[in-house]
Ligand binder design. Structure first.
Ligand SMILES: [Zn+2]
Length: 197
């Protein structure tokens, strides 16, 4: 996720054994887990490599899927919002990452992780475990992070997260749906130019 291993680059177990000074077993277990998360690909007779960059078509499909599911889940989360859940969401929204004059590029990996937690929490409160699992497996944020070196992404996305929090605080179902839809559409539009380079 830090792009130290470029997309598509081969990953050899022997090199990792030397580099990390552990035996093959934990390395293979770790690679198996990363494969399950879609971050590593195992090819017959070739071995492991870092997942390739996603295609534009897959990118569009991922956002299509998110737009079908997440606004509805945000609405449900708003209708069943409790004070503890709202507090947890506020903590997870990443608003603490705002400002400070730090390098946007350095902050992005942190934001990407935080953003994934925030969205997952909304799905959890939304109450449909299958939807939550389905989207967790897509790992949209993680994949897209690799495309993304956009300076404004953090601040803009945080504004959108705040709009979501306001809708949740008001238990406003329609506002939550709209805020999530707008956030995902803007997020998609911020990221898609990466394919034009
Ligand atoms: Zn977000």
């Amino acid at each position: 996720m830090a792009l130290k291993i470029p997309p598509g680059a081969r990953i050899t177990v022997d090199n990792l054994v030397r580099e990390l000074e552990v035996s093959q077993t934990p390395i293979r277990e770790a690679l198996g887990r990363l494969e399950g998360e879609g971050l590593v690909v195992k090819t017959h007779l070739v071995g492991y490599s870092a997942a390739p960059q996603i295609t534009r078509a897959r990118f569009e499909e991922l956002y299509d899927l998110r737009l079908l599911l997440e606004p509805e889940m945000a609405g449900r989360a708003a209708s069943s919002m409790t004070e503890p859940a709202l507090k947890a969401l506020t903590g997870a929204a990443g608003v603490n990452l705002r400002g400070g004059g730090t390098d946007e590029r350095a902050r992005y990996p942190q934001f990407a992780r935080q953003d994934a937690i925030f969205h997952d929490m909304i799905l959890e409160i939304g109450g449909n475990g299958l939807v939550r699992e389905t989207l967790a497996h897509q790992h949209t944020h993680f994949h897209i992070f690799r495309l993304m070196f956009h300076a404004l992404v953090t601040e803009e996305a945080l504004d959108e997260h705040e709009a979501l929090l306001a809708a949740f605080a008001a238990r406003d179902v329609d506002a939550a749906r709209h805020a999530m839809r707008a956030h995902l559409e803007r997020s998609r539009d911020r990221l898609s130019p990466a394919f034009d380079q």
